[in-house]
Structure formats: C-alpha cells, structure tokens
Design a protein around this ligand. Structure first.
Ligand code: ATP
Length: 339
C-alpha cells in the first residue's frame, strides 16, 4: 500500500527545493501518496491563517510530513508556525544528523553522527522568573521526568536499530546535577539493557565537546537533554561545514515532520538557484522513518558523491549550477549507483 504523507511546500525557496526533492524521492523508487496542504505566509495570504486546521488534520491523518521552510507572518498570533506545529503534535524528539561530504570544504571528512535531542523539557522549557528587588537574582527550573527521559532514549535506540547504527552515547552532567541528569542517566542505563545489540556509553557534556572536536568519528548516535542537544547539534553542524546541508526531523507520537534546518532565503527565492540538499537529506530521513532504509542510503550516497565530485555545486557552495542542474546530476548518480 502506498504510504500517505503530508506535503507543505512552504515559503521563499520552499516550492523550489520541494520540487527538486520530490524528483529525488521518485528516482530512488519510493512512492508517497501526497496530501498537499498550505502553511506559512502563503497560507496566511490565501486562507487567512498561517496554520489552517486542514494542515494539522492532514498531519494527524498521515503521521508524516515533508515541509519546506515557513515564514511566520508578522502579527499572526503565534511566535512561529514551526513551533506551533511541534507543540500541537508534542514532537518530543529533534533528530539532526551530521554527515560530512568528502571533498567539500570542512574540518573533517569522516563525521557521521546523529544527535537525538529531547525537545520538550529540561532547562530549555523556560520555567524561570526574576527575584526581587530589582532583578537581583533569577531562578530557573530544570524539570526532567522519567516519562520524558524514557521516550527520548527509547527513540534513540529504536532509531539506531532502524538506521543500522551501532552505538548510542548518552550525554549528561550527572556528576554535578545528580538528581535531574542523574535520572536521565539512570533511565538510559535501564533502557540500554533492552538493546544488547547496541553498544551503550555515557559521557559528560564538557568531555563530549572536546571529543567531538578532536575525534568526531567516534560518535554514532548521541542522545541528550534539551539544552545540551541544542548546543551539540550546532557543534556537530560546524564539524561538517555549517548549517547549510543540515536536515532535521521532529518526531512525535502522533506525527513527525521532516525539514531543512535553514530558513526561507527570501534573497534568492524564485530564481531557481537554491541548494535543495538539506531538504533532500530530510526526505532521506523520512524515507528511512517509513521503513525504506536502503532507498534512504541511496539518496545519501548519491548526494555525497555529487557534492564530493564538485562539478555540479549550487552557488552557496561555490559552484555555478542551478537547482535543476544539480538535481539532474543527482538523478544521473542515483541511476549509476542502482546499476
Ligand atoms: P528566515 O527568516 O526564513 O530564517 P533568513 O534569510 O533569515 O530567512 P536563511 O533562510 O537561513 O535565513 O538564510 C540565510 C542565508 O543563507 C541567506 O543569504 C540565504 O540566501 C542563504 N541560504 C539559506 N538556505 C539556502 C539554500 N538552501 N540554498 C542557498 N542559499 C541558502
């Protein structure tokens, strides 16, 4: 049966990079039955709201969405359409892979790690207040729950198995924050016992930063709390040359959403020159998420190969190809790798 999925083309360069990404999904032979729905600035213009209820209804129905970048219209009543969708579906896991491309300018050529970040609790939840007089102090509450820890750590192990990965490293600061981070670590140790086929280690966050910079190849899947995950995922992106090629997945129990980490790039929108790689890598995560790991690997291998050869790079990577020429090269590479 063809998998149903929601498609949000988005604003700015969204429609261009979505179109290119659909060609690549097609080329690896994965079929989705797309429900195309509006969101963002375009939706606000055409439907009077940046997040129409039909969009949420479609995601609730299909449970998976591929989303182009969205602009949040000024005065729309919520901070960000992206955040509103994540909150609505309680998307508790933010999954960000960092995969280096040999040949592209970056510090390392052998990084292949995935950061699984808890996305709903911890110090990042913003439960904080000022203490009088005159803001002389301020207080913040770090809430870590057993429920929240269990579901994110389970997700990291399940992801590792599905993606054929070998190791999960749990990152924490339990030597100092013995109760909150200690709970996260203790839940991690319990859950690891259910997955003997996956190697499990834990590492203190400061040591992790040093090791990520010195020996990034030692990391496979990292699972961590909200704030550490936020910081480590940007550090990982830096190791492979920045946020430009970085995809992200937001996983919830009731729906998951796959997107590029970059924004709508209004300065180049409509010119057909945007780099669609981050969204294509997000689509590879989605394809893997619905059970097609081989096709996802084919997408990633072809992207790495075309970027690595450097003949068909888009302008942001120093090349002179447009979106279509780059995508054509990818389709030829997919064909070559299949035969
Ligand atoms: P937003 O408000 O939606 O976040 P922004 O312009 O502030 O938009 P980005 O969209 O992330 O932030 O863009 C930052 C810069 O990177 C811009 O100059 C943009 O043209 C460039 N950029 C972002 N994504 C891409 C892409 N996929 N291909 C080429 N250039 C890009």
């Amino acid at each position: 049966m063809t998998q149903k999925a929601t498609l949000i083309r988005g604003d700015g360069i969204g429609p261009e990079i979505v179109a290119a990404t659909l060609r690549v999904i097609d080329a690896v032979g994965v079929e989705f039955d797309w429900e195309e729905v509006p969101a963002g600035s375009g939706a606000n213009r055409d439907h009077g709201t940046p997040l129409p209820s039909e969009t949420l209804a479609s995601m609730a129905r299909t449970k998976v969405a591929l989303k182009g970048p969205l602009e949040t219209p000024v005065g729309a009543g919520f901070r960000s359409v992206n955040v509103a969708i994540r909150k609505h579906f309680d998307m508790y896991a933010n999954v960000r892979p960092a995969l280096s491309v040999p040949g592209l300018k970056s510090r390392y050529e052998d990084v292949d790690m995935v950061i699984v970040r808890e996305n709903t609790e911890g110090i990042y939840a913003g439960i904080e207040h000022r203490i009088p007089p005159n803001w002389s102090a301020a207080e913040s509450i770090m809430l870590i729950t057993r429920f929240g820890s269990e579901r994110i750590i389970e997700h990291a192990f399940e992801y590792a198995i599905k993606a054929g990965r070998k190791k999960v490293t749990l990152v924490h600061k339990a030597n100092i924050l013995k109760e909150t981070n200690g709970l996260f670590l203790s839940v991690g140790r319990e859950i690891a016992q259910k997955y003997p086929q996956i190697e499990f280690t834990d590492m203190i966050v400061d040591a992790t930063c040093m090791r990520m910079v010195m020996n990034p190849e030692m990391f496979d899947v990292i699972v961590t709390m909200n704030l550490f995950g936020d910081i480590l995922s940007d550090l990982a992106a830096g190791l492979i040359g920045g946020l430009g090629l970085t995809p992200g997945a937001n996983i919830g129990h009731d729906a998951s959403m796959f997107e590029a980490v970059h924004g709508t790039a209004p300065d180049i929108a409509g010119r057909g020159i945007a780099n669609p790689t981050a969204l294509m890598l997000a689509a590879a995560m989605m394809v893997e998420h619905v059970g097609h790991a081989d096709e996802a690997n084919l997408m990633r291998a072809s992207i790495r190969s075309v970027l690595g050869k450097g003949e068909h790079l888009t302008g942001d990577l120093g090349g002179s190809s447009n979106t279509e020429q780059y995508t054509d090269a990818l389709l030829r590479e997919i064909e070559a790798q299949r035969s």
